[in-house]
Design a protein around this ligand. Structure first.
Ligand SMILES: C[S@@+](CC[C@H](N)C(=O)[O-])C[C@H]1O[C@@H](n2cnc3c(N)ncnc32)[C@H](O)[C@@H]1O
Length: 242
């Protein structure tokens, strides 16, 4: 467990990187930097992505702290502002790969975390993370079988693979957010909370009405860890009313 993670209180289960891991990360980062510098990475989009990763302070911080993705900081910032995570809660993490939101929920003392993703997630002790599609009722039932009660918090950081076509990407992410909202409304315990990634601009009317009708308070916010160039922001819906 790293110093940064241990500041997060509660029951800690993720042990964080070992000194050996940290050394390996350092070596790999250095080797990649050299490769980029020498023009060893040919495809422009890959080069741009790697350069952005290497110069991103959140990526470095996440590596050092043992979070599996820089996305951890988005949830930490959302939690700091809206008080989403409390000890003993039951959390559902939709679109959980590679697992940093699950790590954060556990670090905040969640009693149980279950999650689902199209991609395989390296196991996290005490979390039930399965491979599947949120559209598949059987996969959802398998995920929920380990929760032991209704969720107190539903999180969704789901994002469709981008096509490069802005409107298509926007619509696909809105659909995922609506799907997550439906799931939350069908499953949350009364008084529970929901937080989902949304994209700014257009096509969000339905989601907004759905959340307004079912929650005591709905807010929208872009955490500082969310890249400025990205259209993503988050809807935070608190106090589920059955
Ligand atoms: C931004 S990543 C999530 C990062 C994660 N919150 C973390 O902190 O590690 C978005 C994830 O949504 C997943 N996803 C997209 N569509 C999905 C679907 N229909 N069902 C399940 N997962 C989905 C993607 O596979 C991807 O791993």
């Amino acid at each position: 467990m790293t110093d940064e993670q241990s500041k997060d209180d509660g029951k800690r289960r993720w042990k964080g990187p070992t000194a050996e891991d940290a050394e390996r990360v350092k070596e790999r980062t250095f080797a990649t930097k050299q490769k980029v510098k020498k023009g060893g990475i040919k495809k422009k989009s890959s080069r741009v992505w790697i350069e952005r990763q290497l110069s991103d302070p959140y990526v470095r911080r996440a590596m050092e702290a043992g979070w599996r993705a820089r996305a951890a900081y988005k949830l930490l910032e959302l939690d700091e502002r809206f008080g989403l995570l409390t000890p003993k809660m039951r959390v559902v993490d939709l679109g959980c790969a590679p697992g940093s939101w699950t790590q954060v929920a556990q670090a905040r003392g969640a009693a149980k975390v279950v999650g689902i993703d199209l991609l395989e997630v390296e196991p996290i002790e005490d979390a039930h993370l399965i491979v599947g599609d949120v559209n598949d009722p059987e996969a959802i039932a398998e995920m929920m079988s380990a929760l032991e009660g209704a969720p107190t918090l539903v999180l969704s950081d789901m994002a469709a693979a981008t096509t490069g076509h802005k409107q298509t990407d926007h619509l696909r992410t809105v659909q995922l957010a609506e799907m997550a909202a439906q799931f939350a409304i069908e499953n949350l315990e009364v008084g529970g909370d929901f937080c989902t990634k949304v994209f700014q601009g257009g096509a969000q009317g339905e989601l907004k009405s759905l959340l307004d009708a079912n929650f005591r308070e709905v807010r929208y916010w872009k955490p500082p860890a969310s890249r400025k160039q990205s259209p993503e922001m988050f809807a935070i819906a608190k106090g589920f009313r059955k």
